[in-house]
Design a binder for this molecule. Structure first.
Ligand SMILES: [Ca+2]
Length: 228
């Protein structure tokens, strides 16, 4: 074999190796579940956080026109929710979420739920803006780790599940961090009367997050910061 042929073979090998590397860096990672465990054949995505369930479901069919997510698409949740929002991937590693009309008064009988899954996040930092006002003892805001909320879990505010926070009243709450989680929910509920300015909360994931399935976000739009 001539040296020219050998050189061409080596160049060809290097070319295909570089193509392989480039493809592995830019193509969609293998994120779909091997076995779809989601209801109604909703899209099932792998989750590899240690100690967590191994999947999340994009619940774009099940009662969620805005798109949301979880493990069972909230089949056990409060049927009077008015809004679900969900976000998956690197695009959700920072953002903000606010009550309707913020900083003007929110509305009565509003219930909104937002869920985020941020692949490879190690913790999620939250910070409130001023003003902050939620009718004390009547309206409520919860922030916690996880993708689902079960109302039976929050009857006792003195005994919230680990990594859950409850907020109401006036005065801007201190910032806080949910440790050891790649998922979070924000849930807001107002009753039939008395409203005030509400809240705005900004979050930022910490840890080595990855960009997975960016097209997935097309299901969710860019509605964060204002609940319609
Ligand atoms: Ca109220």
């Amino acid at each position: 074999m001539s040296s020219q042929v050998s050189e061409n073979i080596i160049k060809l090998f290097v070319f295909f190796f570089l193509v392989y590397v480039a493809k592995s860096q830019t193509s969609e990672p293998d994120t779909l579940c091997d076995i779809n465990t989601c209801p109604n054949d909703e899209r099932c995505l792998r989750r590899d956080g240690p100690g967590n369930l191994t999947f999340v479901c994009e619940c774009v069919q099940t009662r969620a026109r805005d798109g949301t997510m979880g493990h069972n698409c909230f089949k056990n949740n409060d049927p009077v929710h008015s809004t679900f929002l969900g976000c998956y991937g690197k695009a959700c590693e920072r953002g903000s979420f606010s009550s309707p009309n913020y900083p003007q008064d929110y509305e009565t009988r509003d219930k909104t739920f937002m869920a985020l899954y941020i692949p490879h996040a190690k913790s999620i930092f939250f910070d409130f803006s001023s003003p902050f006002c939620i009718e004390e003892g009547k309206d409520e805001l919860y922030v916690g780790s996880g993708l689902e909320i079960y109302f039976g879990d929050i009857d006792d505010l003195d005994n919230l599940p680990e990594n859950w926070y409850h907020f109401d009243g006036s005065g801007v709450p201190s910032n806080f961090t949910l440790q050891g989680t790649d998922t979070t929910f924000v849930y807001f509920s107002s009753d039939k009367s008395t409203v005030c300015e509400g809240f705005n909360i900004t979050w930022e994931a910490q840890g080595k997050t990855r960009c997975l399935l960016p097209n997935t976000l097309s299901n969710f739009g860019s509605t964060f910061g204002r609940v319609e």
